[in-house]
Ligand binder design. Sequence first.
Ligand code: ADP
Ligand code: ADP
Length: 209
Amino acid sequence: TPVIEASDLVVRYGPATALDHVSLRVDAGELVALVGPNGAGKSTLVNTLSGILRPAEGSVSVHGRLAHVPEGRQLFGDLTVEDNLRLGGRRYRERDTAPVHAVLPRLADLRHRRAGTLSGGEQQMVAVGRALMSRPDVLAVDELSLGLAPLVVADLVEHLRELNARRGLAVLLIEQNARLALDLCSRAYVLEAGRIVATGPSGELAADA
Ligand code: ADP
Ligand code: ADP
């Protein structure tokens, strides 16, 4: 069953077409990659899926809750990890962070640290944790690997895999780093200049990459 179903999306910025008849589907519990170079339309697509942008044509349906981990993490550096997490929930109570600590135990150790003092990888984990506060069915993660060392990325990816395997969380991984996204995800879409130019099992796409 689909958690995200987008059909024939057309999005324009003035005269420029950013998405040209794009269709995409993410099933419950699936790990799907969306890869493409800078300017391909990835952010436009995610913003359309999350309802921030309205398409000129086509339709989006999201069944369940979609949470977004934005590019660049967007944490409040002066606030503690726990306060940053609370800002992701609908109610800001102590016990609401416990489920996130259960799935990302490192965050429990870091809870009293100010987010601005954490490493890039730790900050990315806080950003993922904050998105999990809304108990999403699907998580759209923007540029997980940006500016992070490969080992740090591998650790974050392991957490995403575990959330997927143990909670059935669907993940849409939006990446310029095609190799990483194809390694993590079973299925992928390749977006170039506003069009889906390839889609299929990651293994087949990686062979061409
Ligand atoms: P990506 O996320 O893959 O880098 P974007 O979705 O940000 O791609 O951009 C797709 C295209 O739309 C690019 O050509 C970009 O310059 C253009 N674009 C993005 N946002 C705007 C905007 N607010 N106004 C005009 N053009 C935009
Ligand atoms: P365990 O897998 O160790 O048995 P539990 O099943 O008891 O852990 O779940 C621990 C907590 O994680 C629960 O409170 C549960 O509601 C919460 N949880 C489940 N799915 C998610 C999710 N997608 N994001 C955040 N918390 C979740």
